[in-house]
Design a protein around this ligand. Sequence first.
Ligand code: SF4
Ligand code: SF4
Length: 711
Amino acid sequence: MKSAFKQSIDKAINDANLTGALGKFSEAYKVNRARAYEGIDFELLRTVIAERKSYAASNLDLMAAEFTRNAEAAGARVFQTDDPEKVKEYILKVARDNFVKTVVKSKSMATEEIHLNAYLEKAGIKVGETDLGEWIIQLAGQTPSHMVMPAIHMTKEEVSELFSKEVNERLSTDIPRLVEVARKELRSKFLAADMGITGGNIAVAETGSIVLVTNEGNARMVTTLPKIHIALVGIEKFVEKFADAIPILTALPRSATAQLLTSYVSIITGPSPNTDGSTKELHIILMDNRRTEMANDPKFKQALQCIRCGSCLNVCPVFRLVGGHVFGKIYTGGIGTILTAWFDELKKSEEIQGLCIQCGNCKEICPSKIDIPELIMEIRRRLVQKEGLPLLHKAIYSVVNNRRLFHGMLRAASLAGKPFASGKFLRHLPLFLADLTDGRSLPAIAAEPFRDRFKKIKQPKLNEKAVFYAGCLIDFAYPEMGEALVKILNKAGIEVIFPEEQTCCGAPARYSGAYEVAARNAIDNIKALLSEEVQYVVSACPTCTVALSHEFISTFESLGQKEWLPKAKELAGKTVDFSTLVKKLVDDGRLSLNDRRKLGKVTYHDSCHLKRTLQVSSQPRELLSKAGYELAEMFECDMCCGMGGSYSIKLPEISAPILQRKLQNIKETGAPVVAMDCPGCVMQIRGGIDQDGADIRVRHTVELLAEQLED
Ligand code: SF4
Ligand code: SF4
């Protein structure tokens, strides 16, 4: 019996409306967003936003005091609390004191966070959402599926059904007609409302102003028509100066919906007059709800830089497949996982944190420079720290931490898998393992691992030496990739050393939050890889390269383990990925590729870690071109293939459709070869192509280049 969480994933994936709408939007979004940012230095802009927001987060008390002083001087009443219950009580008291019967609201995640609508409705106050998307989901009794486009999952047929019930008239699915109905219905709500409630996109301490950004103008109606306006503002919305709002207003529409400008930007400083000459009541509630605690957490403080643009959702391969409801709570996607862990509780993020495949797309695009994947890893670490590891993981990691036992078991698995192997693939596995070969064949474990084959390679004695870190996949599944690497480096005058004591890089443990296990793997590898005096430690697996060059250090730092840090840094300084090293050797004239042959088309898949963490994407392309290939870029070449290490085993229902999309993009190029620099991606894509039956060769760049060495 599947868990409720797994059932919700299945439901979302099988909802063609949802996956269709999100898929189409996200594909168009990247192109349109790039256009919207033309002429703008995005790196500079996001650095400025991150700095200004970080400053405000470091000085929340100061911001709150200054904001309160200035807002009160302008005539607003300011109430600050860290308790969501007190927020609701305050709003209800204002409502009761003023005999409020109906409230209109503009879109506000902070009010969703504290479930304000249900609370007010229970107290007998009618609440009407006025953002079109929010109104639709309110009528449907649902929660938002996207931070910026709450009803993106609904079709015009469903909306027409909802509106028909609401106005008691059979409506067609004609969109202009539906909009007309919405406008008429909402207009009467605005006019009848006793109180308006908004959030606040920005709160300016210097002036005590609230900045509201909408596309429909509804916030302007909510704040001007009723006689009372309450703005509920999370204290992460502070900026110090009015000028600090400019970069946010530059990024927000571009990042949210790829617009140059939002239709309406309202800046509210103090209450405005009513039409009868009286003055409006303006209440501003500054809500903490663990934001100060977050600001004091050195890891999570950066999450307060979020400007709620939602672009991290638009580029997330998982979100665009399952949408927001799978995340179960108010905040969705990667950033939503982090906010749920804080504004709700850590335990509530236990299942949803597993949805993140760690592709890094969100980090690359975030206008506030938030390292979402790293923060999700930290959530995993804290969950393991608090709840301990599941028994199965404990058993697996005790093996992984014992190199001899681990490698012995991999050798045994080579024999055990033989009855199920067909050529180089495992196409069907028995019993409970059957799911593993659904939609993707697995590589058979090599009869002779690289570590054994290496001993038989006859290398010339050369002065320059490099250590090769193979990683588990090249060592035990694809030893031919290791042999190709030795051939290339020898050709460039470099002798390869393979320290036998090297073991798993610890990435699977780290990505599960088992940092102690990852740290033990790191120590074993540091000892092995630094045992020889060499200039380079080279790896042909980007995940392993990232472990050696970044994650050993951050794992020790997270655990407060100082002893091995200097050695980890020494190793990081020597570590290089295969393509970067070979490109350098070619540029230095030490290696020539035979470019006289015309090898035809090749398409290239960027592996997540190589492209986004190691920032390597042009090098393999240039090398393939130099070797005689004609590059045919595929659509979304840098979108994850769904492998994600053990992700494809834990969540095959998500991994499989991500892979199918990748295969489609590969096929559409018409290239007979697809290259990549990651053995994990080779495993996923080659396995997918094997089951698909397409006549496409899936190769690691190292293999393609080794075939084209100049004699
Ligand atoms: S790292 Fe990738 S999968 Fe994880 S939240 Fe970010 S975009 Fe989504
Ligand atoms: S985390 Fe970054 S990309 Fe995501 S909503 Fe916040 S600011 Fe936007």
